[in-house]
Ligand binder design. Structure first.
Ligand code: ADP
Ligand code: MG
Length: 328
């Protein structure tokens, strides 16, 4: 069983950034409006993710760490239309299998927080306001072969920051802070606050994360074709860069990588971009959840569309429209 859980963990946890992503997904699923990520040694020594979400009752702390335990879906039917980031119930179990994990949580109805030490199974009261903290220490301590595959702390840190940045671009209603070795390295305040003017909240978040001048040199996308809606911003051809790492695509709020979408974007830009230059873009694709399968890969970074031509066309036309390009 130990072996099986190590193998399963390998599919979910590749490096500190994979842990950061899973813990952020959980915090967002818990309705957090502020999330703090604290790291030591690029996340290898410590990843702590603190949220102000709904919390986990102390009686359910141990269950949360168990494999295939999810509180998010209860039937195959719900899997078809899953609206939460998580649903496989694998992440915490996988993370526990390859690190020293502790879970601290306080739901609003409890007067104290409780800490579960995953290794010893001990539960004790601790001080904490409402929400959850997951502490992941010494990643891959029991599998030195995998630990050896990790890059320098600086590289692992950069991947962790990238994981937070991807979520931040999709959630202007949530504040994010990243600390490394006790220093604040990034902070993005919520730009969409309930009860306040939400106009341009997304553009402000994009400006905070991707730099204001990019927002100024980009154009808004707003397009619906059939059951697919594409929004976001695309960079103007003049502002294209040679570094290919600034393309952000979300399907129903989930960051994904997809060849069909990349191809659709490239086709839209084909006549205006030459050579190796890459546009910077942030696209939010909203589609009926029944027309996209998110349960393709344990890390959920890949999806499968029921009708990929439909998505290809919508994305291509959305960008051609935004750039006011003549349609081929
Ligand atoms: P999944 O997200 O696929 O359900 P996980 O292993 O990531 O599986 O988490 C297991 C369960 O632990 C979740 O279904 C949820 O009930 C609980 N949980 C995990 N993280 C949090 C959190 N930050 N706040 C509240 N509940 C959480
Ligand atoms: Mg999860």
């Amino acid at each position: 069983d130990e072996l099986i859980s190590q193998i399963a963990a390998g599919e979910v946890v590749e490096r500190p950034a994979s842990v950061v992503r899973e813990l952020l997904d959980n915090a967002l699923d818990a309705g957090a409006t502020h999330i703090t990520v604290r790291l030591l040694a690029g996340g290898v020594r410590l990843i702590a993710v603190e949220d102000n979400g709904c919390g986990i009752p102390h009686t359910e702390l141990a269950l949360a760490l168990r494999r295939h335990a999810t509180s998010k879906i209860s039937s195959l039917h719900e899997l078809e239309t899953v609206a939460t980031m998580g649903f496989r119930g694998e992440a915490l179990a996988a993370i526990c299998a390859v690190s020293e994990t502790a879970l601290l949580s306080r739901p609003p109805e409890q007067d104290s927080a409780f800490l579960l030490d995953a290794r010893s199974g001990e539960v004790r009261p601790v001080a904490r306001s409402q929400g959850t903290t997951v502490e992941v220490k010494e990643l891959f301590y029991s599998t030195p072969a995998r630990r050896k595959f990790l890059k320098s702390d600086a590289t692992e840190l950069a991947h962790c920051i990238e994981a937070v940045r991807r979520q931040a671009l999709a959630r202007p209603d949530v504040g994010f802070a990243i600390w490394h070795e006790g220093k604040l390295v990034e902070q993005w305040r919520a730009t969409l606050v309930p009860g306040q003017e939400g106009k341009d909240a997304l553009a402000r978040r994009l400006g905070d994360v991707l730099k204001q001048d990019w927002v100024a040199q980009s154009t808004a996308v707003q397009y619906t074709q059939g059951l697919v809606t594409v929004t976001g911003r695309v960079g103007l051809p003049e502002a294209a860069r040679t570094r290919p790492d600034q393309q952000f695509v979300y399907v129903n709020g989930r960051f994904i990588r997809d060849k069909i979408i990349t191809h659709a974007v490239r086709s839209a830009y084909e006549d205006v971009l030459h050579g190796q230059r890459q546009p910077v873009y942030v696209l939010y694709i909203d589609i009926d959840p029944a027309r996209v399968d998110v349960n393709v890969h344990p890390t959920k970074i890949e999806v499968r569309f029921r009708d990929s031509r439909e998505v290809h066309q919508a994305v291509r036309h959305a960008i051609e429209n935004a750039l006011a390009l003549p349609r081929a």
